[in-house]
Write a protein that binds this ligand. Structure first.
Ligand SMILES: Nc1ncnc2c1ncn2[C@@H]1O[C@H](COP(=O)(O)OP(=O)(O)OP(=O)(O)O)[C@@H](O)[C@H]1O
Length: 368
């Protein structure tokens, strides 16, 4: 998909010479800005897919293109196999009302309506009867922790509470996909953390598919099953938090993740070495998805020289003190080039497969 703003935007993706220009050259030659450049990815059912990047990298434009709030310049787009670009206005409206609900940074609440009526708003637009929608809204209000505040007006709520109303309103329509556009960036850090935990909880309880925009790396790492890191309209790396932190695709990504405590993101499944004779009967046991940080704590507590990485009773590998220190020091390799011979330590990662245009073979083509 491409989204180009400016005069005769369609010629940019169609012309390889224009498409190859840097953003500054493109602006100079054509007066156009390519906000989304040749981006391709799929969002899997039930995952939290994070779109991360600095201001101006194209995140909002990309996510607005997903429901055609912004019309893509070229490319293709499908939800559940259905061609979104072919939808007429009626079907598009149905998509936005029923299937893909958006939660915005500035809440977008109706100031003169109560919490309950704000939450019920999406259902009202759908044409649901008053009694039915209020009943449904009341259920969702409880789900997001706003019980007792149903009759308040948005102005009588804190920022965090207002965002819960925004979240409840989106959830009330029971959408297939929730799209979050920097929903928590106006909240103070503690409330923000609380809301992130709320999203994680809802995700675990409901397995709802979520696309989440943020410019905050910690938020991306905390929430994302996979992260698409954008720069100048391109996706420079797409991978799990562990792949992005452990195997940055280029110098830009490396710089971006430089200050992340690796031991909190890298798993023992990646950091482990092959078992050696004698490893079997000593050391604490951990699952392959435990973090290095958890392994350090386990080893420190037990006093053993190493921890065993076990999966359903089978010994997969061993993480010893040296290996654990290597992760903390940044001298150990990341998921794709890991010294460990562990089974399946990562899917699409590393410089080749995670590159911008979505050539990654593992990424299917919901958006192309
Ligand atoms: N309507 C528009 N007309 C022209 N250029 C636009 C328009 N909307 C966005 N852009 C440009 O497209 C690029 C991407 O903008 P976008 O808002 O998608 O970035 P972002 O990553 O969401 O940034 P932020 O985090 O600041 O919201 C920017 O260079 C922006 O100036």
């Amino acid at each position: 998909m491409w989204k180009v703003f400016g005069p005769k935007a369609e010629r940019v993706p169609a012309d390889p010479e224009l498409a190859a220009l840097t953003p500054a050259e493109l602006r100079e030659r054509t007066g156009c800005t390519a906000a989304v450049r040749d981006v391709s990815f799929d969002v899997r059912k039930g995952e939290v897919f994070v779109v991360m990047g600095l201001s101006g990298s194209g995140k909002s434009t990309l996510v607005r293109c997903l429901t055609r709030l912004i019309e893509p310049t070229s490319g293709s787009l499908a939800i559940d196999g259905e061609d979104v670009l072919a939808m007429d206005r009626t079907r598009l409206r149905a998509l936005r009302r029923h299937r893909a609900a958006m939660v915005f940074q500035h809440f977008g609440l109706l100031p003169h309506r109560s919490v309950l009526d704000n939450v019920a708003y999406g259902l009202e637009i759908q044409g649901m009867s008053r009694a039915e929608r209020r009943e449904k809204a009341a259920e969702v209000v409880v789900k997001v922790g706003l019980e007792g505040l149903e009759d308040r007006k948005p102005g009588q709520l804190s920022g965090g509470q207002q965002q819960r109303v925004g979240l409840a309103r989106a959830l009330a329509v029971d959408p297939q996909v929730l799209l979050f556009d920097e929903p928590f960036s106006a909240l103070d850090p503690l409330i923000r953390r609380e809301m992130q935990e709320e999203v994680i909880r809802l995700h675990h309880e409901e397995h709802r598919t979520m696309v989440f925009i943020t410019h905050d790396l910690n938020e991306a790492l905390r929430l994302g099953d996979r992260i698409a890191l954008m720069r100048d309209g391109r996706v420079v790396q797409l991978g799990t938090p562990e792949e992005i932190v452990g195997s940055p695709a280029d110098a830009y990504v490396r710089d971006f993740v430089r200050d992340v405590p690796r031991e909190q993101v890298i798993t023992v499944g990646t950091a482990m070495r092959d078992p050696e004779p004698g490893d079997h009967d000593s050391g604490p046991a951990l699952g392959p998805s435990a973090t290095v940080s958890e392994a350090i704590e386990a080893v420190a507590r037990s006093g053993d020289p190493a921890a065993r990485v076990m999966d359903r009773g089978r010994l997969l590998g061993v993480v010893d003190r040296e290996g654990l220190l290597g992760v903390v020091a940044g001298t150990a390799s990341g998921p794709d080039t890991g010294t460990a011979s562990g089974p399946d330590t990562g899917t699409a990662s590393g410089p080749d497969t995670a590159s911008a245009s979505g050539a990654a073979s593992g990424e299917a083509a919901a958006l192309r």
